[in-house]
Write a protein that binds this ligand. Structure first.
Ligand SMILES: NC(=O)c1ccc[n+]([C@@H]2O[C@H](COP(=O)([O-])OP(=O)(O)OC[C@H]3O[C@@H](n4cnc5c(N)ncnc54)[C@H](O)[C@@H]3O)[C@@H](O)[C@H]2O)c1
Length: 327
């Protein structure tokens, strides 16, 4: 049997290679251009108010900025005070309305504070973007130190520390639950419907080598999205998620450092590195610079899902992933 397998394996490889498309030499290769960061749809969110967790930087900040450009009032809740103040300042400088609450999505009182501020300042709450999330149990602004922080970084199940697993579940899963609960209550009371978008991940759709807690917590995020969609459709509230692959933010910069350090430490090992099974989305692979998605590409889908243009969409887990989950 083994001999047969040995013979068939090269044959199967040869067939696979010959079945691969020949490069289309007569066609010009074209990179897909990311959306212009300054693009927005005027007045699309006019007068609406949104709470945005994790809106101090990254995808949450880009979405807050674009929502404000489209006429929305935004209240950002984040642990990062300096970045939060900078994002608020940028929105106000452009003429938008924004407030900041320094707080943690693990804490009910903080989450409630953001909702209460939205109601006090702007009169009602029309929706939310739950963007707060982490890939490792290190603080979002902690400088990278592989040796000191190793037990807090992504690990397969047998090697994962309680702190890594519990922190990710607390922020990415329970934090989304606590945020949605606090956001939904006033929206239900108002009786005007609304929309919520949760930021999950491709890790909320598939497995991702070595990221046990991230995958578990992001699948929970996808689950909360689907269940919320069922329970609140009768009240005019739509709930969707965006599930992206690598997007250029501080989080992916840290992940790149981590992978480099881990690969260095494991160099010479003959154990199969499952992290190499799939490293790029279709779009990143096809791109001449192998670029990641931009935060503005994510914000474009988020702002659409929150808008009335998405009136038929609820309970959807949108793979904003450059085709990662297509193969
Ligand atoms: N960048 C990617 O490639 C990628 C891929 C898939 C999913 N995501 C998800 O996108 C979301 C945004 O991440 P990002 O890439 O913009 O990274 P980011 O680190 O720039 O943004 C995350 C934000 O969440 C905040 N935050 C973290 N823990 C918090 C807590 N306990 N309470 C309140 N705020 C908290 C951080 O301070 C930061 O401002 C996350 O949920 C992340 O898991 C990102």
């Amino acid at each position: 049997m083994k001999t047969l397998q040995k013979c068939l394996f090269p044959l199967a490889m040869a067939l696979a290679i010959s079945a691969a498309p020949v490069s289309a030499q007569n066609y010009k290769a074209v990179d897909i251009k990311p959306i212009d960061p300054s693009y927005f749809i005027p007045k699309r969110h006019e007068g609406r108010t949104y709470v945005i967790t994790g809106g101090a930087r990254g995808i949450g900040a880009a979405s807050a900025i674009r929502l404000a450009r489209e006429g929305a009032n935004v209240v950002i809740l984040d642990v990062l005070a300096k970045e939060g103040a900078e994002t608020i300042a940028q929105i106000r400088k452009e003429g938008g309305k924004a407030e900041f609450v320094k707080g943690d999505v693990r804490n009910n009182a903080d989450v409630q504070k953001a909702v209460d501020l939205a109601l006090a300042k702007f009169g009602e709450l029309n929706g939310a973007l739950n963007a707060a999330g982490v890939m490792s149990a290190t603080a979002p602004d902690a400088p990278f130190d592989y040796q000191k922080q190793k037990s807090l970084f992504p690990s397969p199940i047998a090697e994962a520390s309680d702190e890594y697993f519990d922190t990710l579940m607390d922020i990415n899963a329970t934090g989304v639950f606590k945020s949605m609960r606090a956001q939904l209550k006033p929206m239900l009371k108002q009786g005007k419907g609304g929309a919520i978008v949760n930021i999950c991940s491709i890790a909320g759709l598939t497995g991702l080598a070595g990221n046990s807690a991230y995958v578990a917590s992001k699948h929970a995020c996808s689950g909360l999205t689907r269940n919320g969609a069922i329970d609140y459709a009768p009240y005019g509230i739509r709930i969707n998620s965006v599930n992206m692959a690598a997007t250029e933010t501080a989080m992916t910069a840290m992940a790149t450092e981590f992978v480099k350090a881990a690969n260095k430490e494991n160099a010479g090992s003959d154990v199969v590195n499952m992290g190499r099974t799939k490293t790029l989305s279709i779009l990143a692979f096809a791109d001449s610079k192998k670029r990641q998605a931009t935060v503005w590409e994510q914000a474009a889908v988020i702002c659409f899902l929150l808008s009335d243009e998405a009136s038929n969409l609820t309970g959807g887990l949108y793979a904003t992933d450059g085709g990662w989950t297509a193969y």
